[in-house]
Design a protein around this ligand. Structure first.
Ligand code: BTN
Length: 267
């Protein structure tokens, strides 16, 4: 065991997709994202993973902090080296990751989630997991992304900061017991490899369909921020590539794209 994980099982799960893949398992890092970028610079192959028991400087989307206390969650980053042609579509990879996290939580922890577009995993209205995709010095000839996944597993309600208590949940809160984090990560690696293989085989529609099938708040009136502008409408559809379609109060349709959107909530 290391950092609360079964290293041998994790290594086997990472290497199933490629024998040279590397697993970096640490007790504590500032952010698994940063270590993954460093390992990538030194040549770590596609599918290599960084996992830490604790992050001291975990980050979320849109410049937010991501609380990552020891033993309380799965904090992991995966290096994705993508083929240059056809040009990669990061939105589909993010959607595939969201579906993979949902499947892993269901299989390994018995927790059913929905996806709050663009990439939060919810139990009812509370967030249990988030995804962060980053790139640095993008080279079209050798596209590289680091995919970060944070899954809350062990927190009790009072472990969250007061401002998060109504917004966040964990496997422990949902199931009454903290799950085996190794099993969740093993299931995640398997699902991620499977969905990446589907995408590589051109199954874009299958990813979009699995993503939309799990969409939170469909048919409900929601608010969201488009940049800093609040928008309110009925959620008609979600697509990883095209964005969300809203029916506005005057009957018109409006499409909002993921890169500009945050904080979708039901009214
Ligand atoms: C979000 O919902 O805002 C995304 C959260 C992503 C958190 C994960 S934890 C592992 C990886 N390392 C980080 O610093 N962030 C991501």
């Amino acid at each position: 065991m290391s950092g609360g994980y079964d290293r041998a099982r994790l290594e086997a799960a990472v290497r199933r997709g490629g024998p040279t893949r590397r697993l970096e398992l640490r007790e504590e890092v500032p952010s698994t994202q940063d270590l993954a970028f460093t390992l990538a610079e030194y040549g770590a192959p596609d599918g290599s993973a960084v996992v830490a028991d604790r992050q001291t400087n975990g980050r979320g989307r849109l410049g937010r902090d991501w609380e990552s206390p020891a033993g309380m969650g799965v904090w992991a980053s995966v290096i994705l080296r993508l083929p240059a042609s056809p040009p990669p579509r990061p939105q589909l990879l993010v959607a595939a990751t969201a579906v993979a996290v949902a499947e892993a939580l269901e299989r390994a922890a018995g927790v059913r989630t929905t996806i709050r577009w663009p990439n939060d995993l919810l139990v009812e209205t509370r967030k249990i997991a988030g995804i962060l995709v980053e790139t640095r010095d993008w080279e079209p000839a050798a596209p590289l992304l680091v995919l970060g996944v944070g899954i809350n597993t062990g927190q009790a309600g009072e472990d969250f900061a007061p401002e998060l208590r109504d917004l966040a949940t964990s496997v422990r809160i949902e199931k009454g017991t903290a799950p085996d984090r190794t099993s969740i990560l093993v299931a995640l690696m398997e699902a991620l490899d499977r969905w990446r293989a589907s995408l590589a085989g051109g199954a874009h529609a299958a990813v979009e369909e699995a993503f939309a099938d799990r969409a939170a708040y469909l048919g409900m009136t929601v608010t969201l921020l488009e940049g800093s502008v609040p928008v309110k409408g009925e959620l008609v559809s979600i697509s990883a590539v095209d964005g969300v379609k809203l029916r506005m109060a005057d009957g018109s349709r409006r499409v909002v794209r993921a890169e500009h959107a945050r904080e979708m909530r039901p009214v």
